[in-house]
Design a protein around this ligand. Structure first.
Ligand SMILES: CCCCCCCCCCCCC[C@H](O)CC(=O)SCCNC(=O)CCNC(=O)[C@H](O)C(C)(C)COP(=O)(O)OP(=O)(O)OC[C@H]1O[C@@H](n2cnc3c(N)ncnc32)[C@H](O)[C@@H]1OP(=O)(O)O
Length: 726
């Protein structure tokens, strides 16, 4: 059979690489696909069909922006997939790049699938609050079985071609030309019966214990979802495949798709998808000449091998960036090296190619040293020593003297003043804050803090570093706590005030966990260690020996203050590490939090001592005081120009603070609650607690309400003052 007997129906690139949005999942595109298929079917000279994408990419699925328009095409692809499947001529998909969402559903309609070895496949709809809406939930279990299909559909994970081959999702993988291989396969199968290749006609493979398996899987999905609807509905759609004939399963899939589409959660997740990409775009503002360092050719030095340093080094090695890890003495170095090796071994096990791919035994990729002379050669330093200003300044002074002139000097800090650290150097334009989140090799967020003198190219370089480390870099201004922690302070403050007034740690945590946080503020505080905040408060003179004699127990600098966390620390209750904190644990280092009767007694005694009348506090008040005070701080941050938009705050909270994704981030959440309601509640709580400044509504929030509850994307246009750099 010669090649001209084939009709390549469809050359299209789906939304990818900043393609204009009028493309592709619109009616014209679907019509073209349908017309092409019909034409191929009707043409007797065509013996088989091959479907591929353009420019080495199969398809990233439907245009996500299309889902927010009322005329969504969510389910219009299904009939076309059926049309492909029912073709009397063999249809082969040639998968290069990615086949995601609607793209993979198209491939599932094909009779055969050939993939390039580097291709990735997945049904990531769940991550944008949806489910595969073009019959994917019915075809995939028929092809690869229920357990594997459930896993892919409820997590949305992308799988590499090698795994797809093992699962039977593709028929063949090739290293070279995928299209030629697909055509070769099509040639081979012409004339063979197509019935067995039509997935809609296949039964779902049976499991000996299908019912028990599904029950267990549902419990797991529910437990992990914490109020997020999509995984549960994805489960239900796959369950339908096991219980109903194909056509009925498809009907169920459509119903569930519509439920999700109108749930509000899908909008939140789709907002989050684009917000993450928007925060990255700041790096190319017109007119600024940016310098990007190509990281795979530079030497990077990580200074300090404590917990943060270990995670940072691990991330750098994973990103294939040559790194030198420096410690002040051999004892710390050896301890740090051991810990890093354990982390890297663990990471290597998770990767295809393992240790060989990570190459961390190669001294050209990773070396450990106590020799400060190595500082001469590095292009970028990440200092990750103890959070102490004097120590950091001493180190930056030294770095400034030793490092070569172009080297970028980053400090890993969660709150310290970048300008003060930079003042210890002769090159403040090259000093920048990089706030990693613990564990640094796992957490995606990197807050990038520019100081008064930080140059745009230093910011761009730090952004590029984040990208190379597969982290989400968010550029913010310099202030105490930057963005994330600054917004967290009022949230935690309210949680503790609620205990003073009558609540219990487990009640507050429960409300916030029901909202969707993985752990509430008290469980979180026990996990992080209460001593961390205690040290910081001592440093600020809020407690400890530097507190002026005669200070009121519950007032500092004219504002309400709760000494509760300090009192716990004075009793050695540091949280999980000591086996006691806001909860009790099975042992020091234990992880199972149990409500502690001692805490309950201690709180009532505390209220008696301070003559606080215990009152019942309902869930609404707990939620509103914690969340609205955090959001209020967000508005203050925007007004001060510390962040360049609400998306930045949301991306920080989604990636670094466990804010539930299906709620879109705190500022998006505020916009869904409605700013007038947020304002009214803050006013109410502020009147009840006039000595708590963080409950006083920010002027910017008031302004947005005054102009008529401006939509989130217009908020920044109501600010006259913008950050000069962002
Ligand atoms: C072969 C034919 C297939 C035909 C299918 C189309 C018909 C559609 C009909 C409706 C079907 C409905 C049913 C279906 O089940 C629903 C879906 O398909 S939902 C979509 C599912 N897909 C995804 O969720 C993929 C999302 N994208 C990604 O994961 C990543 O972008 C990527 C594809 C892995 C690429 O990652 P990167 O290389 O890092 O690049 P970026 O992420 O920065 O993206 C670059 C640029 O593209 C924009 N973009 C990417 N994907 C989409 C998308 N699906 N819709 C709209 N825009 C997308 C992204 O925003 C970036 O642009 P920027 O924001 O920077 O301007």
């Amino acid at each position: 059979m010669s090649q001209d007997t084939f009709c390549v129906v469809f050359h299209a690139q789906i939304p990818f690489d900043r393609i204009p949005h009028q493309f592709k999942s619109g009616p014209m595109f679907l019509q073209a696909l349908e017309d092409g298929l019909k034409k191929a079917d009707a043409d007797p000279s065509v013996k088989a069909v091959m479907i591929c994408g353009e420019n080495g990419k199969f398809s990233a699925g439907a245009d996500i922006r299309g889902f927010s328009s009322p005329k969504t095409l969510g389910v219009a692809l299904g009939p076309i997939v059926s049309l492909i499947e029912s073709s009397e001529k063999p249809v082969v998909a040639a998968i290069e790049g990615v086949a995601l969402g609607g793209g993979l559903e198209v491939a599932l309609g094909c009779h055969y699938r050939v993939a390039h070895a580097k291709a990735r496949m997945g049904l990531p709809e769940v991550t944008i609050g949806l489910l595969p809406g073009a019959e994917g939930t019915q075809r995939l279990p028929r092809l690869i079985g229920v357990p594997a299909a459930l896993d892919m559909i409820t997590t949305g994970k992308h799988i590499p071609a090698t795994e797809a081959l093992k699962l039977g999702l593709v028929d063949e993988i090739v290293e070279e030309n995928t299209i030629e291989a697909a055509i070769r396969l099509a040639n081979k199968v012409i004339g063979q019966p197509l019935g067995p290749r039509r997935l809609s006609l296949k039964p779902v493979p049976k499991l000996p214990n299908m019912e028990a398996f599904l029950q267990e899987a549902q419990v797991k999905v529910k437990r992990q979802a914490r109020g997020f609807l999509a995984p549960e509905l994805c489960f239900q759609a796959v369950q339908a495949a096991t219980q109903r004939p194909f056509a009925e399963g498809v009907r169920r899939e459509r119903e569930l798709f519509q439920v999700l589409l109108s749930s509000g959660q899908a909008q939140a997740l789709q907002y989050a998808f684009f917000a993450e990409r928007a925060v990255h775009r700041w790096a190319t503002p017109g007119g600024i000449n940016l310098l990007f360092i190509i990281f795979d050719s530079i030497l990077l030095l990580s200074l300090g091998l404590g917990t943060m340093g270990q995670g940072i080094v691990t991330s750098l090695v994973k990103a294939n960036i040559p790194v030198v890890a420096l410690e002040q003495n051999l004892e710390y170095l050896n301890k740090g090296r051991k810990a890093v090796m354990v982390l890297l071994e663990r990471e290597a096990k998770k990767m295809e190619g393992g240790a060989q791919k990570l190459d961390f035994h190669n001294p050209a990729r990773l070396q450990f040293t106590v020799d400060f002379n190595l500082l001469h050669d590095v292009d970028l330093v990440i200092e990750a020593v103890f959070e102490n200003m004097a120590l950091k300044k001493e180190i930056f002074h030294k770095l400034s003297n030793i490092c070569k002139p172009g080297a970028l000097l980053c400090t890993n800090t969660s709150a310290l003043d970048i300008d003060e650290i930079a003042s210890a150097t002769s090159r403040p334009q090259q000093v920048i804050g990089t706030h990693f989140f613990s564990p640094a090799h796992v957490m995606r967020l990197l807050e990038i803090i520019y100081g008064r003198h930080t140059s745009p190219s230093a910011i761009a370089t730090a952004m590029q570093l984040a990208k190379d480390m597969k982290k989400v870099g968010v550029v913010v201004g310099n202030c105490f706590g930057f963005v994330g922690n600054r917004m967290m302070f009022p949230y935690v403050e309210q949680a503790v005030f609620l205990l003073e007034e009558g609540s219990r740690p487990e009640a507050v945590d429960q409300v916030l966990e029901d909202f969707g946080f993985k752990i509430g503020p008290f469980r979180m505080s026990d996990l992080a260690g209460l001593d961390v905040g205690w040290r910081s408060r001592k440093g600020q003179g809020l407690t400890g020996p530097s507190l002026p004699a005669g200070s009121s127990a519950r007032q500092r600098r004219g504002q309400r203050y709760s000494p509760l966390p300090d009192l716990l620390c004075e009793r050695g209750r540091f949280g999980q590490k000591t086996g006691k904190g806001w909860y009790q644990y099975e042992r020091a280092g234990g992880r199972t939090a149990t409500p502690d009767p001692w805490i309950h007694g201690f709180l009532s005694q505390y209220r008696d001592t301070h003559r606080i009348e215990t009152r019942y506090i309902d869930q609404e008040e707990i939620l509103e005081r914690c969340l609205f005070s955090l959001i209020n701080e967000g508005f203050a941050i925007l007004a001060e120009g510390i962040a360049s938009g609400p998306e930045h705050l949301d991306v920080i909270y989604l990636n670094g603070y466990g804010w539930p994704k299906h709620r879109g981030g705190p500022m998006f959440y505020a916009s869904t609650v409605g700013l007038p309601r947020v304002l009214a509640k803050l006013q109410k709580y502020s009147e009840a607690h006039p000595d708590v400044p963080k409950l006083r509504p920010s002027a910017f929030l008031k302004k947005l309400v005054a102009v008529g509850n401006a939509p989130l994307k217009e908020w920044m246009s109501y600010l006259s003052r913008q950050s000069p750099k962002l």
